[in-house]
Design a protein around this ligand. Structure first.
Ligand SMILES: [Zn+2]
Length: 312
């Protein structure tokens, strides 16, 4: 018995030694990527495969404008080889101090480990006049919710792929193959999404926040107004009354709401207008079952189609 134990112990030690020897090397060879949002983490994971280790700071069910900065985020960014951000000031309320305080020179704005994904995407609503505070929380460089068009998703994934290839030239072919595969699967999925949305082209909707211009444009829908009187400004009774009148006048029945907003005003507008409130997810991870970019569109399109069907 003693011998057996010793043997087992010896063997265990050997295994342990092997693990200790190989594990850190294996993980050190992976690029450590930190993203501000889950959607960017998804693109990085799709193209990076097993050569990357990806973590998002914000959770998919959180409002990406307002993320509570925690000390653990600093540690993540400190260890990162690459930091990917949405940009266009989406994260201006919480990310800049984390970057400046993390003590990692590689991920500072403009450094080689800092990637602003907005440069790859089609950006809508770029203001043509000077932005003032009276306009609310308007983003002066355009609408930062750009990942909600699959074509932008493809472009962002491609931009990340190029960045990864630049940082790890020896894995460039691997990243490229994974990007091609992602793009192909996306093309297939887009056919189905387009077919589902086709009957509703030209329909008008109301949204809570201006999170959806890229999504609406992609699928031929029109936003007739927002529940927020101005971006980032909570609902006001006067604006809500105007919105109800507009919906009645134009027979608008569908109200899209992000999961982190209070449903009180949307529900009361729906009651007044016979409308449907649809809690749409702007990000991967907004619900447990929505674990990737494909499921995000499956989920949202399914909901919006059902709402249009119910509204006639
Ligand atoms: Zn916004």
């Amino acid at each position: 018995m003693k011998k057996l134990l010793t043997n087992w112990f010896g063997c265990g030690m050997a295994l342990l030694a092997l693990c200790c020897f190989t594990a850190p090397n294996a993980s050190a060879s992976k690029l450590r990527i930190v993203t501000s949002t889950t959607d960017l983490a998804e693109f990085a994971q799709q193209v990076g495969g097993d050569r990357v280790e990806v973590e998002s700071i914000a959770r998919g069910y959180q409002d990406p404008h307002f993320v509570e900065a925690k000390p653990s985020f600093l540690l993540k960014i400190r260890r990162a080889d690459l930091l990917i951000v949405v940009g266009l000031q989406l994260e201006i309320g919480w990310l800049p101090p984390l970057i400046t305080q993390c003590g990692n020179p590689n991920v500072q704005v403009g450094a080689k480990g800092y990637l602003d994904a907005s440069q790859f995407a089609e950006i809508l609503e770029i203001p043509t006049t000077t932005v003032t505070r009276a306009m609310g929380d308007v983003h002066p460089f355009g609408n930062p919710h750009y990942w909600l068009d699959p074509e932008n998703g493809r472009r962002i994934a491609q931009g990340i792929k190029n960045k990864l290839a630049e940082m790890r030239p020896e894995d460039a072919a691997y990243f490229d193959q994974r990007f091609q595969d992602f793009s192909k699967r996306l093309t297939e999925a887009e056919k189905s999404w387009d077919a589902q949305m086709e009957p509703y082209r030209g329909r008008k909707v109301i949204t809570y926040h201006r999170s959806w211009p890229n999504f609406l444009k992609r699928f031929g829908l029109i936003s007739a107004g927002e529940i927020e009187p101005r971006p980032g400004i909570p609902p006001s009774p006067r604006h809500t009354v105007e919105l109800i009148q507009l919906m009645r006048r134009e027979n608008i029945k569908v109200i899209l709401v992000e999961p982190y907003f209070d449903l009180k005003t949307p529900n009361s507008i729906a009651r007044e207008t016979g409308g449907q409130v649809v809690v749409m997810l702007p990000s991967v991870g907004g619900e447990k079952e929505v674990t990737d970019y494909f499921q995000l569109f499956n989920y949202d399109i399914n909901l919006v189609v059902r709402a249009f069907q119910a509204a006639h």
